[in-house]
Design a protein around this ligand. Structure first.
Ligand code: PLP
Length: 386
């Protein structure tokens, strides 16, 4: 008896995980190479902020580094210091910029601050010791009203003879607000403004395009591109077939399958009432795992719009979420899956090869970016293809 029990313990943690992610680093590297090709003459960098779009800086950065990426963009100094461990020779740009007290983190890990204001420029140039060569970058706001110097400030600074010698920008950046909609007039307006800036900063490399920006055409490429979401398998351009390979598969274990009768309610609030004899799979994922409550089949404001909720995929069938998603558990209606093909212990795909990340995101009223970066820490992770 005890011996049998021990034999059962020979499973890997992944095989028995309540929820698990398979992250294909080969597909990730292929996606980056595709974006590099699409970037034409420009060098392709990579946005690895948001902990590598939720997939883990410690896995994503070495995979991209091995593929040849040498310009990485993180959000915060902490992310930069972590990324540095896996990308010894890369330039690591910190998009939040610098503020008093964190300068040493930049110096000790050779991080490049993307300076966003006169205040940040003063902070940086004061901290850089006279004669030291410490590169920085400059973010200019060309129409998004997010981070950055105003266009006027940036142009004045470009030919300001009194600017400190320790101000040594190596990259001029701006960010597109509407690139995922190629017909939006703001794209061209931002492009033209950025062209003026790039001319004023002659000799400094420039960078404008995120993933969808790359597909707006060669004019948008400048010297360095900054793709993010498409590397991770997400959709870049609205309404265009996604050319990226899926990178992440999220699965969760069926804990129990039970029968229920027509007329019975399902989950909190009893908002879903069964209309037929049903079989329900109770699955070990919930909003604490980033399986958003908005994916519920009923009983959340988003469903008032008449849109269906989320779907899982099991034994070759798409199965709908039934009723409200709870913190740790989600109920799927598996009535249409033949009884012999499904049992407790099987895994349901939440998104991945069969349920596109962006379709799952849309069902939650959000975008792939948010679904990826909100994956909880209860997932067992397997990295393949590296
Ligand atoms: C997030 C981000 C990117 C990458 O954008 P994607 O849409 O994910 O390709 C590029 N540049 C900046 C400044 C960003 O904040």
């Amino acid at each position: 008896m005890t011996d049998d029990f021990d034999d059962d313990l020979t499973f890997t943690p992944f095989e028995v995980a309540p929820s698990r992610l398979t992250i294909d680093l080969g597909a990730l590297a292929d996606n980056w190479r595709m974006l590099k090709k699409a970037s034409g003459k420009a060098r392709a960098g990579a946005a690895v902020k948001g902990d590598g779009y939720g997939l883990g800086i410690e896995a994503v950065v070495p995979a991209l580094y091995d593929a040849g990426c040498r310009d990485m963009f993180v959000a915060t100094p902490d992310e930069g210091m972590l990324a540095r461990q896996f990308a010894p020779e890369a330039r690591i740009f910190v998009l939040a910029g610098v503020w008093p007290g964190v300068e040493n983190q930049f110096f000790s890990h050779d991080l490049v601050p993307v300076l966003v204001s006169e205040e940040q420029i003063a902070c940086w140039t004061n901290a850089v010791a006279f004669g030291d060569e410490r590169p920085c970058a400059l973010m200019v706001d060309t129409g998004m009203n997010r981070l950055g110097l105003s266009v006027e400030e940036a142009l004045a600074l470009a030919d300001d003879p009194t600017r400190p010698a320790s101000f040594a920008p190596v990259l001029l950046l701006s960010h597109l607000a509407c690139a995922s909609d190629p017909s939006h007039p703001l794209n061209r307006k931002q492009l033209e403004t950025f062209q003026t800036l790039a001319t004023a900063y002659e000799g400094v490399e420039s960078s404008l395009a995120n993933s969808p920006g790359i597909y707006l055409g060669p004019e948008y490429h400048f010297d360095v591109t900054r793709p993010g979401i498409a590397i991770y398998g997400g959709e870049a351009v609205d309404g265009v077939r996604n050319p990226a390979q899926p990178v992440v598969t999220a699965e969760s274990r069926i804990l129990q399958i039970h029968a229920a009768k027509a007329g019975e309610p399902v989950s909190y609030g009893g908002t879903h009432v069964l209309t037929r004899e049903s079989r329900l799979a109770i699955v070990s994922t919930g909003y604490a795992d980033g399986y958003h409550r908005a994916l519920s089949g009923s009983g959340v404001p988003l469903r008032g719009t008449g849109q269906p909720g989320g779907y899982g995929f099991v034994a070759g069938h798409r199965v709908p979420v039934a009723g409200r998603i709870t913190m740790d558990l989600t109920i799927f209606d598996v009535t249409d899956v033949p009884e012999a093909e499904i049992r407790a212990g099987d895994y349901i795909e939440l998104f991945g090869a069969n349920i596109a990340l962006d379709d799952a995101a849309r069902a939650a009223g959000t975008i792939g970016y948010e679904l990826l970066t909100s994956l909880g820490n209860r997932y067992q992770r397997a990295y393949i293809g590296s």
